[in-house]
Design a protein. Structure first.
Length: 120
């Protein structure tokens, strides 16, 4: 059984996903306007939404988890790839700055989402 996640970490993780979703939605709109290929951002956006729902399902008992095994596998792969990028970015940012804190929280949120998917 996974160890309990403190309520403050749950809140920060949900907020991290909500922020990432908003940024991805904005990027999708801008890319669509420019006529750019949006398949990667659409895939990432879907993965972020799935992760948010998984955390809400796990911690807040919201809705039934209705994602297929294939969706969960694809989401896990996308999030794991994003984690690698975030960890690389974290190394380039000065500890104690707001950007560092943001990336730390996003990394933790992604790790918790993967854990939630593994336990679903």
């Amino acid at each position: 059984m996974p160890e309990p996640v403190p309520e403050i970490v749950q809140l920060q993780s949900i907020e991290a996903f909500q922020s990432a979703i908003r940024k991805s939605q904005s990027a999708l709109v801008n890319m669509t306007r420019k006529g750019a290929n949006t398949s990667v951002i659409e895939k990432r956006l879907h993965a972020l939404v799935v992760c948010l729902h998984m955390l809400e399902y796990t911690w807040q008992k919201r809705d039934d988890q209705s994602y297929s095994n294939l969706e969960m596998i694809e989401t896990r792969q996308v999030i794991q790839n994003l984690l690698v990028s975030l960890e690389g970015m974290k190394e380039k940012i000065v500890a104690g700055t707001p950007q560092y804190t943001l990336i730390e929280r996003r990394i933790r949120a992604f790790q918790l989402a993967i854990q939630a998917m593994n336990n679903a």
